[in-house]
Design a protein around this ligand. Sequence first.
Ligand SMILES: [Zn+2]
Length: 87
Amino acid sequence: MIFEYYDIKVELEDHDCPYCKKPLEPWVAPPESGWGVILVCNNNDCPFFVGSDKDIHNKRDDSNLGCRYALNPDNGYKPFNLVAWCR
Ligand SMILES: [Zn+2]
């Protein structure tokens, strides 16, 4: 897919989430993260996301943080856990 943000046009490989089989969606990371555009599974029913809140250590009970499955195109589409708000 071709994804455009600001004045930048990037070509991204199409990837599906291995957990829920939904297509990953491009997401422009905050500039301070240093990531640029990443591919993220935005499915709130994704088994990876639903089960992730137990995996975050030292998490406050009211923080509602979870991990989404994400790939970093700048890093050879290497998967990583994107910490995100559950709701
Ligand atoms: Zn998924």
